[in-house]
Design a protein around this ligand. Structure first.
Ligand code: FMN
Length: 193
């Protein structure tokens, strides 16, 4: 691959034993095999206050918001494993999106999202694997100018789905998640070449 796609990968969970963090790691490995450079981050390392317009007016973008923004700006694509809370997006993921979506002087509107490509996945102990939350994540990203891949993966019964080494017990599911990462790398490369 002549062009090296750069992908930022993270989960919408800060839980130490997060299924979604395990899942996005698998997709990240698939993207690397397909030739991408992947930066895997943990949102726990970028704690942010709940978005508050008064706080923003007073203090501007928090330092961790700036760090996250710089990471988004430095990558072409996003791999996101989004847990489902009450049939929707988690607060930690939405809050991160909200902060990095805020304009700063000298930067184009939605610079962190415009022209990016995203691959989505979810994992949940429930029967639907977080699928209902992905509907909302897809809509949010689409509305802020992210091109979201049509394919997505929801891993149900996540509490039983992983091996101790972090891989998925079902080899077909493991291949599908790696494949989603690979597909993101290939689509970015096709769009950029
Ligand atoms: C506030 C809250 C709401 C939840 N709502 C849902 C839900 O609507 N659907 C679902 O499948 N799981 C739901 N769950 C369970 C999560 O899928 C489960 O906690 C999962 O482990 C979260 O992802 P993580 O392992 O990556 O942290 C909910 C959990 C919490 C804490």
């Amino acid at each position: 691959m002549a062009f090296m796609p750069k992908i930022l990968a993270f989960a919408g969970s800060t839980r130490a034993e997060s299924y979604n963090q395990r899942l996005v790691k698998i997709a990240a490995a698939g993207a690397r095999v397909a030739g991408a450079e992947v930066t895997l981050i943990d949102l726990r390392d970028f704690p942010l206050p709940l978005f508050d317009g008064d706080l923003e007016a007073r203090e501007g973008l928090p330092p961790n918001g700036r760090k996250l923004k710089d990471l988004f700006l430095a990558h072409h694509g996003l791999l996101i494993a989004a847990p489902e809370y009450n049939s929707s997006i988690t607060a930690v993921l939405k809050n991160a999106i909200d902060w990095v979506s805020r304009p700063v002087p000298g930067e184009a509107p939605l610079a962190c999202f415009d022209g990016k490509v995203a691959g989505l996945m979810s994992a949940s102990p429930g029967a639907l694997g977080g699928l209902r939350g992905l509907v909302h994540v897809r809509a949010i990203l689409g509305n802020i100018k992210v091109l979201v891949l049509p394919d997505q993966i929801a891993v149900s019964k996540a509490n039983e789905a992983f091996n101790p080494d972090g891989s998925l017990r079902d080899p077909n599911q493991q291949a599908a998640v790696e494949g989603l990462g690979g597909e993101l790398a290939r689509v970015i490369a096709r769009l950029r070449l």
